[in-house]
Structures are given as C-alpha cells and as structure tokens.
Design a protein around this ligand. Structure first.
Ligand code: SF4
Length: 338
C-alpha cells in the first residue's frame, strides 16, 4: 500500500470525544492534531458517553470512536483469575485504555462494556505513580488487558511510554499482549528481558470467522519473526482455542506454521488455553446475538463457562504433544480449570 492510500487517523475514528479536564494535557493536544478531519466533541465525563445505557455494541463495532479522558484511582487491578501471573508476587493489570480497535466475537469486552468505543486515559503519569510503591519487588503489569495497546499505538504511543518506564525501573516487568502486526511501532526501542511481547495467534480460518478487523495470521507471524530476531522475548499465546469439528486440522497445523516461521529456540514461551469466560459476561454476549460462540453448550463451574474437562484436556493434550516436537515442556504454559 503506498502512502497516498493509507487510511488516516480521521478515517479510523470519525468522532473524537474529549473530556474537558484533559483539554490542555500535552498528550491530548498531540492526539487531537492527528484528527484534523474528525468531529471533535467536548464532554464533561467519559462515562457520559462510554457508559450510556442502550448503546448498540454491534453497530458501534462497525465504526468505533475514541474518547480521551482522565482516569481517577484505581489505576491498577490485581491480575485476574483468567490470566497467568507467571508466579509474580505482584501482578496487576492496568486499565489505561478501555475497549479495542479489533472486534473478536469471543471477547469478554462485549459482555462487559455498554460501548464498543475506546477510552484512552491520557494521565499516564498517575498510573506510573500508583505503581511506585510496588517496585521494591519484581512486579508484573499486563498493560494490554482490556484492549490491544499495540493496535492503537500510532495514536497513543502508550506502549512506548510503558516500555521506556520499565527501562528506568528494573523491577517493572511488562506483558504486552497483542494480535497486531505492529512490531514496527516499538522496533526503535532496545529489547529487554523485562518486557514480554505476547502475540495471540489463531488459525486463519478462525481469524476470518471470529477475529474481525485483526491482522492476518501471516502478518502477525511476520511481526513475531521481526521481534524475535531483534532480540525481544516473545510469548506466543494460542489462547483462546475455539473448539469445533475442525480443531484437529486447524490447531496442530498452526503450531507447525509458527515453528516454520521462527526458530523454536528463539521463542521464549508458548501459552495454550481453551476458551473460558465468566458466566455473567457470556449472558450479556448472548443478548447481543452476535456470535455462535456465545451459544455453545458450555459447562459452568463456579461462575466460569468452559468446554468442560474432557474437551479441555483433549485440546491441551493434542496441542502440547504437537508443541513438544519443537520446544521442551518447560517453555509451554497451559491454562485449565482447577
Ligand atoms: S484483540 Fe483482544 S481485546 Fe481486542 S477485541 Fe480481540 S480479544 Fe478483545
């Protein structure tokens, strides 16, 4: 694609909502300058737009907008039960961006928020300050938890800010989870053992069916290869596995494709996990009637829906056996209900 045909930021978001309180923030001004053709709407509080009842998540997903706002405490949340804390005593995620540019049908965000728009909190320094008391010990922060930070990096520079902050704080460890093909946005930074780039991969057929607006498998693999070759720690997450009658064809061959692209020795870790979600979020997803994934006859245990023990174990067994052809067990992590 030549530069003339590249979509502009204004094409990405037709409307930019800005909270009065952040109008004079330098980051707001920087971002606003990128949206010369978008309609700018000044608002009192982001919740007036983002939390408004009766919004149509499906309609908004087709044309998302961006809200710039100031976050007040809490700036950190304890790591969730649904994700791996990698044995860190301090494991948090940070809600500095809410909502995602991508539109995965299985995403819990559609069961959690009224809006498909994104909110970016521009007071990044307050998030860093909230973290300071914890940095006497190794602390893991998942910065891409309720979003995909790298997907929106050309607007926010948020991933860059966190990586640079980690470079100044040896106890700060980052997990940056993404489906983007946007390694180029951080390529200029020095790689560091403190930061793990965690790429989520799915077979192309699953991407086509369920991961709308996300980059293709090939372009994600290309970005992973560049990151690995530049010395970054890369964790590939084949998680969530979406189980269907083609599972045995699609997923083992995804592992083959991965290791045909990158040298097995260079992959930091591989995470495997099957689809799971809180039953509350699933109920809301069902109401949206957007995806067959919401209507699978899941098992429910302690408020969590999953494929149930038998299928879950089959998924993990098949995939682990395939992965063991390339890497040792010590570099494979799995998620399953206890
Ligand atoms: S990339 Fe992640 S956060 Fe974004 S829509 Fe997909 S699952 Fe949700």
């Amino acid at each position: 694609m030549n530069s003339l045909s590249k979509p502009s930021h204004s094409d990405l978001f037709s409307h930019l909502y800005i909270e009065e309180s952040v109008l004079d923030e330098p980051l707001t001004k920087e971002i606003r300058a990128k949206f010369s053709k978008s309609k700018i709407i000044i608002i009192k509080h982001y919740k007036d737009v983002f939390n408004r009842p009766n919004q149509d998540f499906a309609v908004q997903s087709r044309s998302k907008n961006l809200i710039l706002a100031r976050r007040s405490a809490p700036f950190l949340y304890e790591g969730s039960y649904y994700s791996d804390g990698f044995e860190y005593e301090n494991f948090f995620y940070t809600p500095s961006i809410l909502g995602c540019l991508y539109d995965c049908e299985y995403c819990y965000l559609s069961g959690m928020y009224n809006s498909a728009n994104s909110v970016f909190f521009v007071n990044t320094a307050d998030f860093f300050d909230a973290l300071t008391p914890y940095l006497e010990k190794p602390t893991l922060i998942a910065i891409s938890y309720d979003t995909d930070t790298l997907a929106i990096e050309s607007i926010t520079s948020h991933t860059n800010a966190w990586i640079e902050h980690a470079q100044k704080n040896p106890n700060l460890h980052l997990e940056i989870r993404t489906k983007s093909a946007n390694f180029k946005a951080i390529r200029h930074l020095a790689s560091s053992e403190q930061t793990v780039l965690a790429w989520t991969l799915s077979p192309q057929k699953i991407i086509d069916s369920y991961e709308h607006k996300t980059p293709s498998l090939q372009s994600r693999l290309k970005s992973i290869k560049e990151a690995v070759e530049a010395g970054w720690r890369v964790r590939v997450c084949i998680d969530p596995v979406i189980y269907n009658e083609e599972f045995h064809e699609l997923y083992p061959s995804l592992i083959e494709q991965l290791f045909c692209t990158i040298e097995p020795d260079k992959l930091f870790q591989l995470t495997l996990g099957s689809f799971r979600m809180s039953s509350t979020h699933l109920k809301r997803m069902k109401k949206l009637k957007r995806s067959d994934i919401a209507f699978y006859p899941y098992d429910v245990k302690e408020g969590i829906v999953s494929y149930g023990k038998t299928i879950e174990q089959e998924i993990l067994h098949v995939m682990t056996q395939k992965a063991l052809e390339y890497i040792p067990e010590t570099r494979i992590r799995t998620w399953q209900l206890q």
